[in-house]
Design a protein around this ligand. Sequence first.
Ligand SMILES: [Zn+2]
Ligand SMILES: [Zn+2]
Length: 728
Amino acid sequence: MLSPAPTAPTTEHHVAYVEIAVFAPLAGTFTYLWPAFLGKIATGIRVQIPFGKGKRIGVVINYTTAAPDCKNRYKSVLDRLDDTPLLDQTRRAWLKRVGRYYLAQPGELWSSALGWASQNDTRRFRCLDPSTLQQKSSPLADLFQTRAAISLKKVIERCDDTLAVRHLISQSCAHKLIEEVSHEPLWLKKQSTGQESENRQSPEATDAQHKAITSITSALKKFQPFLLFGCTGSGKTEVYLKAAQEVIAAGDQVLILVPEIGLTPLWLMRLRERFKQVALWHSAMTAKERLQVRQHLHDTDILIGTRSALFLPLPRLALIVVDEEHDASFKQQEGMTYSARDMGILLAQELNIPIVMGSATPSLESWRQVTSGVYQRLNLPQRIASNNAPIASSIIDMREEEGPVSKSLFTALQETLANRDQSILFLNRRGYSPALQCTACGDVPECHACSMRLTLHRRAGQLRCHSCGFRRRVPNTCESCGEVAFMPLGEGTEKLEEWLKEKLPDLRFARFDRDVITSHNRLEKTLTAFEQGELDCLIGTQMLVKGHDFPNVTLVGVINADLGISMPDFRAGERWWQQMTQVTGRAGRGDKAGQVIIQTRMPDAEWFQRIDESLAESTMNDELQLREMLSFPPFARWVRIVFSARKLERANQVAQQYASLCESLEGVSISGPMPCPMERVAGQYRIEVLLRDPSRKLLPWKLESIQSSMPTSRDVRIRMDVDPQDMM
Ligand SMILES: [Zn+2]
Ligand SMILES: [Zn+2]
């Protein structure tokens, strides 16, 4: 029986006080009254509440029937979004640990964790029995007069504002008066490429692969982190897939996390060749696509996605894979700051399942766990390519060259073109040139809101800030001295494109960077054109080199290898090395010999001797030793706190306040307050305090009490970054 229809809150009585984490970047939780008409309370369900002048969504964290001490007048919860909690006990325990570790505010934590469910209002409902609805004089009867489906959004719009519509809908569903309309699962949709080759025979595993697969599958049903350490082209994917096959055959589920949306089309294709129920998750999906995934979580075999996919509560998750585990994109920088890889490890621990992290150039964090025996190491030492094609690499000193491309790289490009092979040119800088300089007075236009030079985008006739997105027309005269004497400094992909068009008119090439690849469609189109040989060359930024597999590429040229190597960040060397190794690993992946040409103005820098996958292990060991000597991460735990405000003195004040509270932490050293290396971003001044804990036992947990004793201020934003990856 449908309980008496919920009526307006005027006749309500309250049965409890509930503590709610409101989905907003606010500190702490808020107390509300729970009205009886919303039924039985549960922790972990989402509710709608009045907040300020509007309404907000939040999650019930706790409740009590005892009145709180203070005599506040509490407002009532308006509506409930969920009948039962979206996350089970295990995942809630996991989230609690995550929140404590990342010093997250409850609202931020829960809104990140339940982001996948946020597009709730696009759900559609249909009446099963209009006449019964009429008889029971349900407030929904007018809306559902026929059996046509209506979206929740419409229902909410048309119903009386005082009705708890979502609760009413779920009650009516429970009593089989209406039902939710289910979308087809994603895997029934035809692929955009249309070339589905179902159940393609999977290749025979090599001995090394076989060993790795058996190690993983014999560790199922218990917590075990693995580091799959294998050079590019060594067949890491095949290890993941074969292990996944075993998990799925047992009726369980697999989650694969990849660092970039751009990698998902290729993965989806590979997975669909092998598995039936494959689901995809990333931030650029439509509300409908998200709903499709959500409604079919139970029947999903394997879910592939970017970091937010980690939050989807797969009910029978039995294996987590984190591919390219060293990639900095696994770190979420907006809202709650977290590392999806590290959260994945905590989740695997809570669920008691194995997690496999794969890389050719592991992060030093993971490498340390291997050397200290916490992670089990799995090795894939060799490339699988049929004749193990050799790669010749050379370093060109650009101090003696003119233009963006050296003589040897130019000759190599010509030869590659003549042989009908393909090439990749890597230049990690978008735009025409990274700065415009006045040759009369030396002035370089900067962004008015950031401490950053403006990049020249010649074709658009604009100067753009790559930090905040600010754009302006290229000025005619220098604003400092009034002369007409601008000269572009250095080169970006746009300038390289111009140069190639002039010098190698026969070369069919495309640019592959964020300015050109603006949609998923463009990305797939360009990659397919390259794959099918309609293009001879791709020139691009780091977007191009992550994880793609181009079997016909025999030449890789790095236009300016010096970018990023001397950034004021202790991880600059490690990052640069990972990127270069990844770039050069794109050459010779098929059965032809490969050639790598690296252009630099500092050929004697030590890191240049390290760009060789066979040296990966010794490189990591050396770097680890250095970090240990300096007591840097991963040997110490750091927490970076960034205070940002429109007014510099306010950011300084609050940072000072925080830093003095931290002085009570014994064993933790404090640097700052000091300006961040990027002192201004989008008009905000940024001040940082860096806390270092060489014991790794105090931070971040000891900060909890400081966090709660800090008064909140409206004009200064405080961002906690535990295990910071970006020190700028
Ligand atoms: Zn000037
Ligand atoms: Zn800017």
